[in-house]
Design a protein around this ligand. Sequence first.
Ligand SMILES: Cc1cc2nc3c(=O)[nH]c(=O)nc-3n(C[C@H](O)[C@H](O)[C@H](O)COP(=O)(O)O)c2cc1C
Length: 178
Amino acid sequence: MARRALSLSKVYQLLEPGPVVLLTTARNGRPNVMTMSWHTMMEFEPPLVGCVVSDRNYSFAALKATRECAINVPERDIADKVVACGNASGRDIDKFAAFGLSTAPASRVAAPLIRECFANLECRVVDTRMVAKYGFFVLEVVAAWADRSRKAPQTLHHRGYGTFMVAGETVRLTSRMP
Ligand SMILES: Cc1cc2nc3c(=O)[nH]c(=O)nc-3n(C[C@H](O)[C@H](O)[C@H](O)COP(=O)(O)O)c2cc1C
């Protein structure tokens, strides 16, 4: 095996769990959306999701103030819009209008759901103890929606600098992990 030292700045490209998601927030009646790939499952039920949202992002203040958001899971068909939402700020533009994303009201939170995504998770912030140090928010999913007809969703997995792996192949193995 031709193993070579990897620059520490590239480590994230190996461990990025994906799928890349679109995080929506709404503050003072103004919705916004940002691309996010630094998230992790933390508990089965109620589902807890940890995520890193940089305080440089406009979404940070909205998430901190409203303590609500939605995680929307896109597929490759809207990959260009996903990248666009990660390279522009809601401080400057309405990304929904600019990139052609349509919204639907959520049932339990003010943040909108994105119709073009195959799954939508309505979330409340339940722990902010690591926000100041790491921008790490712990979210509880309070309602979840999915298009069950999409059996093998082609989710996007970030490899850095505009490179993505696309999921889709399923393998079945014996495992006791639920
Ligand atoms: C593929 C991809 C993944 C990203 N993942 C994250 C992330 O996990 N956390 C984060 O704070 N920003 C992440 N970003 C950057 C934000 O999406 C970006 O800074 C965005 O412009 C913030 O928008 P806002 O200012 O409207 O909140 C990512 C961007 C891309 C393209």
